[in-house]
Structure formats: structure tokens, C-alpha cells
Design a protein around this ligand. Structure first.
Ligand SMILES: NC(=O)CC[C@H](N)C(=O)O
Length: 220
């Protein structure tokens, strides 16, 4: 099982997700710099959290135009599994691989705390490790986590069962409490909460370990 993590200037969760992936797969992921143009072969690709390019213009907007993202977009369109966490979710929206956009939190504050999420869909490769309707707790840490899309898009996403996770107590104003979203084809997931930060009791929880284990099993 090979995985790869894309590293942008001011990514700050790249090593956290690398540790989570190594724990789940037994192998260190390839770390790929944003300025590269070629991706190594991998069973899935991860876009980590952080403040890529200082969150200038809009969080994820500049990273979406970085050289490596052309290769990530091609891989995703060819069906490779891609996961984006927090800034990674922002980047996926800015590339258009996922619909909608992440705007400033409704309360205008940076929100940093554990949040409870409902698993809305366990049919995807990303959520198969969970029971549908079960609850998990992951931390959030962001100022731009307010998911916005037009009504038609929201209806379509919900109608197609593409909401992966929903906030129980919405921390940022996201439309329809959406915390994590899957693309049409089912191979791209973006989510604001951080599963890679709860992969051991020492870190305060293991729901993230279940998440990565389920993903690894699904793509093996
Ligand atoms: N941890 C993260 O990836 C959050 C950073 C993100 N750019 C924000 O909205 O604040």
C-alpha cells in the first residue's frame, strides 16, 4: 500500500497525516513538494491541513494553481482516491474537484476544538469503517471552514448521498452542517475536521485511526 502527501508552503499538518498513514499502512508515505510536476504512483493521495501560501486570496486558491495540483487533478479525474483535510478540503474546492467553497467562519473567529460528527454515508471508500448514523469526534482548527454552495448544488449533493460527515453542533456556519463531502465519482473526499489528530488514546481519541484503517482496507 503506497500513499503520498502533497506538501505546500505553510502546510502544517503534513507530518501529522504522514504519521496517520504510516500507522494505517505500515509504510511511510511519499512526501511530494508543491513545485513538483510528477506524482509518484500511490494507492491514494492526501492534501494536508495548513495555511498554504498564507491563505492569501482565499484559503486554498493559490495552492489549487500550484504545479503539482495539475497532476493531482489528472489522477483524481482518472479515479485515484484523494483526500483533503481542512486546507486540503479548501484546495479541492478551489480546483473544482469538489463543488462549493470554504468561506470565513460565520462567527469570524478561529475555531479550535473537538467536534462531534454524524457519519451520513458509509458506502464510500472513505467512510466504510463506520456505521451509518454513528458519531465520531474529530478536532477542527480553522478560520475558513464555512462551507458555501448554491441551493441547487446543496440539494444535489444531499440527494446523491455525497455528504460524508455532518456537524452535530455547527462550529462555523457551514451550509446544512456539512463537514465532509464526496465527489460524484466517489473517489475524492474533502473534510474540515482532522482525523489525523485522533489516531491514538495518547492524542485524545482513536476515531481517526478507525477512519484511516477503513480507508486503507477499502483501497487495498
Ligand atoms: N488546519 C487547517 O488546515 C486550517 C487552516 C485553514 N487554512 C483555515 O481556514 O484556517
Amino acid at each position: 500500500m503506497k500513499t503520498a502527501v502533497i506538501v505546500f508552503p505553510a502546510s502544517n499538518c503534513d507530518r501529522d497525516i504522514a504519521v496517520a498513514l504510516e500507522q494505517a499502512t505500515g509504510k511511510k508515505p511519499a512526501m511530494v513538494w508543491h513545485g513538483d510536476t510528477d506524482l509518484p504512483e500511490a494507492d491514494f493521495y492526501a492534501l494536508p491541513g495548513g495555511f498554504s501560501y498564507g491563505d492569501y486570496l482565499r484559503a486554498g486558491a493559490m495552492a489549487a494553481k500550484s504545479p503539482i495540483m495539475r497532476a493531482v487533478i489528472d489522477k483524481a479525474k482518472a479515479g485515484a482516491p484523494v483526500i483533503g483535510v481542512c486546507n486540503g478540503f479548501q484546495i479541492l474546492c478551489e480546483t473544482g474537484l469538489l463543488p462549493g467553497v470554504l468561506m470565513r467562519n460565520a462567527g469570524l473567529d478561529f475555531v479550535c476544538r473537538d467536534v462531534e460528527l454524524r457519519v451520513e454515508n458509509n458506502q464510500s471508500i472513505f467512510t466504510r469503517g463506520f456505521e451509518k448514523g454513528s458519531y465520531v469526534t474529530f478536532p477542527v482548527a480553522h478560520h475558513d471552514g464555512n462551507y458555501v454552495a448554491d441551493e441547487e448544488t446543496l440539494n444535489r449533493i444531499e440527494g446523491d448521498g455525497r455528504v460524508a460527515f455532518r456537524y452535530v453542533d455547527n462550529p462555523n456556519g457551514s451550509a446544512r452542517d456539512i463537514a465532509g463531502l464526496i465527489n460524484d465519482a466517489g473517489n475524492v473526499l474533502g473534510m474540515m475536521p482532522h482525523p489525523e489528530r485522533v489516531i491514538s488514546p495518547l492524542l485524545g481519541g482513536i476515531d481517526g485511526a478507525t477512519f484511516f484503517k477503513g480507508l486503507v482496507e477499502a483501497v487495498s
